[in-house]
Design a protein around this ligand. Sequence first.
Ligand SMILES: Nc1ncnc2c1ncn2[C@@H]1O[C@H](COP(=O)(O)OP(=O)(O)OP(=O)(O)O)[C@@H](O)[C@H]1O
Ligand SMILES: [Mg+2]
Length: 472
Amino acid sequence: MTLKLRTRLVITHLCTALLTVLFFTVTAGLFTGFLFEKYADVTQARKTAALVRSLEDQYQESGWQKEEIVKIGVQGLSYGFITKVRDAGDKVVWDALEHDREACQQTLRHISHSMRRFLSGWEGEYTTKTYPLSKGGKEIGTLEVGFMGPYFLTELELNYLGPLNKILAVLALVCIIAALTLSRWVNKGLTKELDKINRLAGLVAQKKSYDPLLFTSSSEEIRKALDNIKQLGQTLEEQEQVKKRMTADLAHELRTPLTTLQANLEGLLEGIWQPTKERLSSCHEEILRIIRLVGDLEQLTKFESDQMKLNGATFDLGELAGNICLNFQGAYRQKGVVLEFVGKKEMMTGDRDKISQLVVNLLSNSLKHTSTGGKVILVSSSNKDFIYLVLNDSGSGIPPEDLTRVFDRLYRADISRTRATGGSGIGLAIARAIVEAHHGSINIVSQVGTGTEVTVVLPRNYLKDKTMESEV
Ligand SMILES: Nc1ncnc2c1ncn2[C@@H]1O[C@H](COP(=O)(O)OP(=O)(O)OP(=O)(O)O)[C@@H](O)[C@H]1O
Ligand SMILES: [Mg+2]
């Protein structure tokens, strides 16, 4: 069952308030019962002591004063006591029940009724207690006091204490009303904030523009959520741009060889041109260019997919980079560019083939963009956890406005020049995908006319740790 958050919160708050009130009422009830019992004990003891004292006082050498005993007995009845006085010989001198049975029974009934009304759990039954009476050190008899036990309070006393229960009930009501009001207030604020998140997410999802200033909050968590949605919106926008740019670039890349092919084939078909070897090989070259582009794109998609499969192996990166440099020496020498490698043994665990491709891509870029007489130097170094590959060339450099985009697919800083070199603008995108798959980083610093420096940082054991993790 789906409930509105507001309803859920009201129910939660109400339940909390009710539970608190219940706990409070039960505790207060137990506590007042205990206090009443103590209070009743003390008043009962005080009243019986007063009766005993009055009886002892009225006793004369000549014996009991009947009229006085009656007065004391009637007073006892007003306290809720049914009294019985016996002399030293255990003979009944006066018995309240005999004196006025109806009044006695009525008093007891009255007390039971009031007590039950006041304390719902009260269960009283007729109890008697006997107190010795003495005068001048001589035993003169006993006073038997009958009452509704184990404890009771008279109506007058209950009238004093009675409002306590009412106060508790009013307090409970106030608590519930306060909880509901507070809940309403809190819920209103919270749902308003959630509404804001909802609206912003909706605008971002529909790619609609919004005023960022309208979507802020004084609550830290909500502000973070709003900021994250804004960030998400920006990322989506950027991705959209990249997608559009890539499609446009791809169309542009394909159009050139296709137009050349079309023109050539039409000329051949219409008999304007003869199918000479040169003309056919020019068409063949264009087809090769398209095939290379499609192949590069295919490879990049494979590298950029989340499931790029890395075949982990432990190898010497210094040795690998040195060998690749050796393989490149011929091409570099042909162009009149000096290639140098400085490095030692650097053991790491990673995908040897992919790291090798990374170095090849970087070295081929430097070769392409460094003119005769230039110098390219590759240095490998390391610390405990990372291996650094720094490739420095004295080539043409990359303009600052292109520097942020050279890792994008199909992006080439100087299209007219790089087309001549046959690049598709994918080498660096592949390099970055390889480095990121190894949880490393790649960074380019460049200055037009001075040269370019590419720094690659690779964790020495990322793949090893990962393999161990999956084995565990
Ligand atoms: N060392 C460098 N010196 C100057 N410019 C460079 C250098 N490396 C890369 N670039 C610029 O960055 C662009 C992107 O490089 P990337 O390697 O991705 O593509 P490419 O070399 O043009 O083509 P591909 O590598 O796919 O054959 C290049 O076109 C070039 O303009
Ligand atoms: Mg390249």
